[in-house]
Structure formats: C-alpha cells, structure tokens
Design a protein around this ligand. Sequence first.
Ligand code: ATP
Length: 235
Amino acid sequence: MTLLTVENLEAGYETGQVLFGVDLVVEESELVSLLGRNGAGKTTTLRSVAGAAEPTVLGGEITFGSEQLAGVAPYSIAQRGLSFVPEARRCFPRLTVRENIRLAINHASDPKDLETVLDFFPELSEMREKQARNMSGGEQQMLAIARALAANPQLMLLDEPFEGLAPYIVRRIEDIIAEINDQQGIAVLLVEQNVAAAVAVADRHYILDEGRIVESVSTTQLRENEEMRQRYLGV
Ligand code: ATP
C-alpha cells in the first residue's frame, strides 16, 4: 500500500521557487532515498512534506495514508505518524539521553516505550544519563533517530543522517536504519549527498535535479549506470 504520495509539488522561499513539480511515492515499509547535487531541492522537499514553516508550498498535493498534509501543522503531521529528523539533529543539549527520548514519548499520541527504543541503540542505552551536549556527532545523530522512533511513526524522514560522520559511524547508522525498517516495518525516506551510504541502505532511489525528479531507479540500476551518476550526482 502507498504511504506517501507527493504530486506536482511546487515550493520555494522569498528568494525564489525551488521545486517545480516534484512527484514521488513511498510504499509502506519501503526504504527510499532522494539524491541530487547541492541545491537540487532535497531538503526543501523533505521540509515541505514535514510541514515546516519554510519553505512555502506553492502547489501540488502531499497525501499521507488517506489524508492531505498541505496546510496541516507540523506537530499534527507528527501525530499522524510521520517523524522528521532534520539535518541539524535537534536534541536538547542540556537534557540527558533518557530525558530527550522521554520528551519525544510524552509528545507522541501512540509512543513506543523507552526500553523498546533503546533496544535499537545499545550505545545510547549505556549512556542514558549523559547530556546530549557531551556526546559525539554520531551519538547525537543516533539520539535524534531514537527520538523519531519513540513517536512510533509509519514513516521517518531523515535529512542527511550521515553528514559529517566518520565512516565507522556511518556504517553503524546504516545498520540502525536498516534494522528499524526491517524489524518495525517503518518506511524511511532519506535525503543524502553520500551516494555510497544511500546505496548501501535504500532499495530505491529518486534523483532530484533543479527541483524536478529526473530518475527513479533501483540500487542495481544506479550502481550500473555510471553516466547517470556522473550527470546528476557527480560521482
Ligand atoms: P543541500 O545538500 O545543499 O542542502 P538540497 O538539495 O537539500 O542541497 P535545498 O537545501 O533544498 O537543496 O536548497 C535548494 C535551494 O533553495 C538552494 O538554492 C538554496 O540556496 C535555497 N534555499 C534553501 N533554504 C533556503 C531558505 N531558508 N531561504 C532561501 N533559500 C533557501
């Protein structure tokens, strides 16, 4: 069954339009990536779906399950089962791991319990009384994903989850995303510059170029098509 449908999405900022008719779908339990060069509009697409204050959605339709999301407030979108992990990995720096996850649990309409969440993150479980500000970038990214998982979503949106992380942490977070998807059946739409990591974790890939989806390909198709990778991704 289709979980998310984005049709002809147009969006932009005061400085100008960025998306010129984005079309994509995410099926239930699917793990999909959205790739593209710097400035292609990947973050803008995710933020439009999550209902963020910026960008402004200028046209098109965003359907989640059977509901229209356009004009729905972000907290309300989250309560309907869509969790967004922004690029900045927003955690509360002075709160501990446990307190950060607790807050996410308290704000959700049908949350998971703390231990179920921590089962996916043994590293965090061991540092549950540590303040987020004293954790590494990779640990903070895990905490941001743990907070999203606590809301018990049907779909997780991840904005560049691997950005700025050391290769061994990238592999660890790839594994966590795959496990959450596999064991909990949570669909994932992730935006990435790191094509290798996206290919390692997602089954299907959209390529965004200048605010439009130009390709929808399987991992095998992307691996075998160097010309496509060069043209749209520069790798
Ligand atoms: P990146 O990896 O660089 O974030 P991206 O594909 O995610 O790339 P977006 O962040 O969606 O791209 O940006 C698309 C365009 O929108 C860029 O030209 C960018 O400068 C512009 N843009 C992004 N955020 C804003 C903003 N808050 N105000 C004005 N313009 C913005």
